[in-house]
Design a protein around this ligand. Structure first.
Ligand code: KG4
Ligand code: ZN
Length: 352
């Protein structure tokens, strides 16, 4: 089965084609809307939707050209049905359902977070559930026990800001453009350790939940105490900004790794998948690898380019789900253009 995947949940238009006959990604293409939203310091939903509308057809044409395929070669279409921005999701859903109708091929709406979790399987077929997933993106921070594909237990999640959101808000305070996670990581490499020490929220508590909004406020207070001003008025020296980036990244990654360790110990799971945009963070990967080596746990990461939103994870998840008749998250919705801006992955598991 050759599956076209379409991701438009937020500010990236991603399309990809996965070949299920040969377990191979045939191609993928991504349009990042950074320049559209940069000016506003965050994603403007209406602008995101309009940009998806403009780009989705040319992107598909280019993808088909790059892969030497035509629409006739596509056996099924997968698209992100939620969670995400309503207008942005609608573009992908209506495009996918129209194609499905015109081509007389099945379509399937995919849960965006499931796409992130399964992205690591694109790299390795040896990864099979059960495993733990640390899902860290711009909108979510969760520890999930993946019992099998489609059976997800949320062991802990953020009580306020997501990890990526904390990166983005801190970047904004320092006057960097949106999204700022990658910039903070690059700046942190130039920073000096221990110039600043930031709190590690909830790190010593027995909970598997996270909290990052206090950390962001701590950064704000630090900048103000240094007399720096915030956002575009941030006048701190580049060296001080780099030192703050180091301290911030160090604190967030310490918490993410400590909670993952706690979850691995509590569940006894021996595999962990780090998913979502913040999973591209190399400091996080380095610390996670060290801890997992001690615990004799295998770590799995999607390719860096498939940590942030992309079409490949949706094409792959579509292939898996179309072959999984028993997944309760997926019911046939022949041609209905349905989106779910708020869509739980599963109920929270309170036993940890
Ligand atoms: O998964 P994603 O593309 O979108 C959501 O589903 O939310 O994640 C985007 C998030 C942004 O907050 C971005 O700043 C963050 O991932 N991010 C990073 C890095 N690359 C992207 N955060 C830390 N370090 C990075 N290298
Ligand atoms: Zn995402």
């Amino acid at each position: 089965m050759i599956v076209l995947g379409i991701e438009t949940s937020c500010d990236d238009s991603g399309l990809a084609i996965y070949d299920g006959y040969n377990n191979k990604l045939l191609g993928h293409i991504l349009h990042i809307q950074t320049s559209t939203h940069e000016l506003y310091g965050g994603v403007v939903p209406e602008l995101a939707s309009r940009d998806h509308i403009k780009k989705i057809t040319p992107l598909l044409k280019e993808l088909l050209l790059n892969t030497n395929l035509t629409l006739k070669n596509i056996d099924a279409i997968a698209y992100t049905k939620g969670p995400g921005l309503a207008g942005a999701l609608l573009v992908g859903a209506s495009f996918a359902q129209s194609l499905s109708y015109a081509l007389k091929k099945p379509s399937i709406g995919i849960h965006h977070l499931e796409g992130h979790i399964l992205a690591a399987q694109l790299e390795t077929e040896t990864l099979k559930p059960p495993f733990l997933s640390l899902l860290v993106s711009g909108g979510h921070t969760m520890l999930i026990r993946v019992n099998e594909i489609g059976d997800y237990q949320i062991l802990g999640e953020t009580l306020d800001d997501a990890a990526g959101e904390a990166f983005d808000k801190t970047a904004k305070l320092l006057g960097f453009s949106y999204p700022g996670g990658k910039t903070i990581a690059e700046r942190a490499l130039l920073g000096t350790p221990e110039k600043f020490t930031f709190p590690r929220p909830l790190i010593n508590r027995p909970t598997l939940d996270f909290s990052f909004s206090g950390l962001k406020t701590h950064v704000l207070n630090t900048i103000l105490q240094l007399g720096g001003g915030t956002n575009s008025k941030c006048s701190l020296t580049e060296t001080t900004k780099n030192d703050i980036c180091f301290a911030f990244e160090d604190a967030v990654t310490d918490v993410l790794v400590a909670k993952s360790k706690m979850a691995l110990e509590k569940t006894g799971l021996k595999q962990i998948v780090i998913a979502g945009g913040v999973g591209a963070n190399l400091k996080l990967r380095e610390k996670m690898n060290n801890v997992c080596k001690e615990l004799k746990v295998n770590t799995f990461y999607p390719k860096i380019e498939f940590c942030t939103d992309n079409g490949a994870m949706i094409a792959y998840a579509g292939f898996i789900q179309l072959n999984n008749a028993h997944n309760p998250l997926y019911e046939s919705n022949a041609f209905a253009i349905e989106i779910f801006p708020r869509l739980p992955l599963d109920t929270r598991c309170n036993s940890y």
